[in-house]
Each structure stands twice: as C-alpha cells, then as structure tokens.
Design a protein around this ligand. Structure first.
Ligand code: THU
Length: 131
C-alpha cells in the first residue's frame, strides 16, 4: 500500500469514528473530520450543535482548533465525512480557517461514491490572508 493510500485509510477511519460522536439533533446532519499533523498525530472533530443555533460548530473547525491549541503547526491532510453519504464540502468559514492554518493540506471529502481530493486554492481562490 502506498504512503498516501495508508494516510487516506487512516483518516477515513478516524473521521468515521468522529462522526459517531457528532451532536446534531437540530440538523440531523452529522459530520466527522480528522487531520494529520506533520509529526504523524491524527486529531479528530465532529459537529456540535446547540439550541442557540448560531453557536453550532463545524467538525473541521473542531479538529483545526484542537490541532492549533496542541501546537501542531503543519497540517498535512484533512478528511471530512458526513452521515448522509453525500460529500460535505467545508463551509465558507471553514475554508477561511483552512486557508489560514492548513494552507498546504490535502483536503479529502469522503462519500458513498468514493473520495474526492482538493486543495484550499481550489476551494477558496484568492483567499483573504495576512500577506
Ligand atoms: N457542518 C460541518 O460540520 N462542516 C461543514 O463544513 C458544513 C456543515 C455541520 C454544521 C451543522 O451542525 C450541520 O453540519 C448542518 O449545517
């Protein structure tokens, strides 16, 4: 198995596990995310909703803030999976987070029709950035 294939399988497994921990009683749309840091650490996130709906947090945002708060500066890959089997492309706010904190990451979307791979430049061209 190639290195990349192994990473994708590892992240798929981690995102599937994270999906089970999603708290989505309002949308009923569960999302699991995982990421790989350059030291080999895999961190996960799930969406967490709140009755005050604006407080709901996306799965990939949870994973990214966990990584940053743990000092993982170089995020190599991110995988997002939803409970419906449809692809769950990151929302606009999460794209902005990825552009800032994981600009080089390979972004994988898992769905029932397989796995799609993107870069943040494809998902958020001409991103607003500090430079
Ligand atoms: N959601 C994510 O977790 N990630 C995304 O990129 C898109 C949306 C969550 C937020 C909310 O809990 C549910 O999906 C429906 O919008």
């Amino acid at each position: 198995m190639t290195y990349r294939k192994r990473i994708v399988e590892q992240l798929l497994e981690a995102s599937s596990e994270a999906l089970k921990r999603a708290v989505a009683p309002y949308s009923r749309f569960k999302v699991g995310a995982s990421l790989l840091a350059d030291d080999g650490t895999v961190l996960t996130g799930c969406n967490i909703e709140n009755p005050s709906l604006m407080l709901s947090i996306c799965a990939e945002k949870v994973a990214i803030v966990k990584a940053i708060s743990e000092g993982k500066k170089n995020i190599k890959a991110i995988m997002i999976k939803s409970s419906k089997g449809d692809y769950c492309p990151p929302c606009g706010a999460c794209r902005q987070l990825i552009a800032e904190f994981a600009p080089e990451a390979e972004i994988y979307l898992a769905g029932k029709r397989g796995i799609k791979k993107y870069t943040i430049k494809e998902l958020l061209p001409d991103a607003f950035k500090k430079d």
